[in-house]
Design a protein around this ligand. Structure first.
Ligand SMILES: NC(=O)c1ccc[n+]([C@@H]2O[C@H](COP(=O)([O-])OP(=O)(O)OC[C@H]3O[C@@H](n4cnc5c(N)ncnc54)[C@H](O)[C@@H]3O)[C@@H](O)[C@H]2O)c1
Ligand SMILES: [Zn+2]
Length: 347
């Protein structure tokens, strides 16, 4: 088992290991005395792991209720949040009680947000069950839901009090969902650690150590810029175009896979503009190919630019791109919205 501490305004510990789901109650009891808690999960994850976690907590003396919603991005909205809050009221959770997010990034984002507003904020614990949620969404404190104006536009910063990542849960992931997480893992390699990229690209890596290293990189960046005013944007490498790709495909292309393609397109463009060392885009392409992730781009530069106009990162008429300088180093690069199309076409 590996352990690391995230030193944000409210510090917390992250545990990573195979079989940690067997000792959830033991780990939680270090922080929270037996009392009430709500486990929030989606239908798929609940069917796989819900009863086990619930029974473990009940055996340790916790009074557990659950809220299970239909899996998928369609549930990531205010209606689900309201239903969770109602479930908390019905079960009379108080400010000293807590919530557990058992699932992928959608469960984590919704539960975190509901926890941030229930009685003006209660504690919550992340138990990520997808590779993507383990290395990305469960750490860093960004929580929220979608609305008709866009994804993740309603939300709050609310750090968990603990993250418990059982890497055995990845064994039940469909391959596509696993490789969506691989794309985000490769992202950490490009922004901070060339050796990490090579290890993941080799397809033979130690899952615990890799998850640990990805979270370590995220934590290091988040600790410097918890509320996303500057450096945290580095974590968005590949994301400006990814958001367009997701939207243009009517969300047929998953976020993770869109990030894979977004990283490839932006590094190609940067290489042809001599902003990036040659070879980075080829490495990304080879990794996507080896994992059988679609890397052919069906969209025009004009189409890809459209979502940039709606991006949260947009400030006035300019946008900050994350550009790779070489494998393991990325930087922020501001350009005018009007120059974006030409920039992408360069690739
Ligand atoms: N808060 C953040 O910083 C942050 C960062 C990145 C992504 N996100 C958000 O995370 C979400 C994506 O997360 P995700 O990719 O984990 O998606 P997800 O939560 O939808 O999970 C993907 C699918 O896998 C299923 N699943 C989960 N764990 C499983 C398991 N162990 N075995 C079998 N099936 C399992 C789920 O039921 C779901 O159908 C998006 O909404 C995105 O906006 C948030
Ligand atoms: Zn992402």
């Amino acid at each position: 088992m590996l352990s690391l501490n995230v030193k944000t305004s409210k510090p917390y510990n992250v545990l990573i290991g195979a079989g940690l789901l067997d000792s959830v109650a033991k780990e939680i009891s270090i922080l929270k005395k037996p009392g009430k808690c709500i486990i929030v999960s989606d239908d798929i994850v609940w069917a796989l792991y819900g009863e086990k976690v619930k029974a473990d907590l009940e055996n340790a003396g916790y009074n557990v209720c659950e809220f299970v919603f239909a899996n998928g991005e369609n549930s990531k909205n205010m209606e689900t949040v309201l239903s969770i809050l109602e479930c908390c009221f019905e079960n009379q959770l108080t400010r000293s009680d807590f919530a557990i997010a058992l699932g992928g990034g959608i469960v984590g984002d919704i539960t975190g947000f509901a926890s941030s507003i229930y009685l003006r904020g209660i504690d919550f614990i992340q138990i990520p069950t997808t590779l993507l949620s383990a290395i990305d969404s469960s750490v860093g404190g960004k929580t929220g839901v979608n609305c008709s104006y866009g994804k993740n536009l309603i939300g709050a910063f609310h750090q968990p009090i603990k993250v418990i990542c059982d890497t055995n849960t990845f064994s039940t992931l469909p391959y596509d969902i696993y490789t969506a997480g691989i794309c985000e893992a490769l992202k950490y390699g490009v922004i901070r650690d060339a050796a990490l990229f090579d290890e993941i690209a080799s397809m033979e890596f130690d899952i615990e150590k890799t998850v640990y290293r990805c979270i370590e990189i995220k934590a290091e960046i988040v600790e410097k810029d918890e509320f996303d005013h500057g450096e945290r944007q580095l974590l968005n490498f590949g994301h400006t175009l990814a958001h367009s790709i997701e939207a243009l495909s009517d969300f047929e292309i998953s976020h993770g896979h869109a990030v894979g393609l977004g990283m490839l397109l932006i590094s190609k463009a940067c290489e042809s503009k001599n902003l990036c060392a040659k070879g980075v885009s080829d490495k990304i392409k080879k990794a996507l190919e080896d994992y059988n992730i679609e890397y052919n781009n069906k969209f025009s530069a004009k189409e890809l630019c459209f979502a940039a106009l709606n991006d949260k990162k947009r400030k006035g008429d300019s946008i900050t791109l994350v550009i790779p300088e070489y494998m393991g180093k990325c930087s922020l690069y501001k350009i005018k919205i009007s120059e974006l199309e030409e920039f992408i076409t360069a690739g």
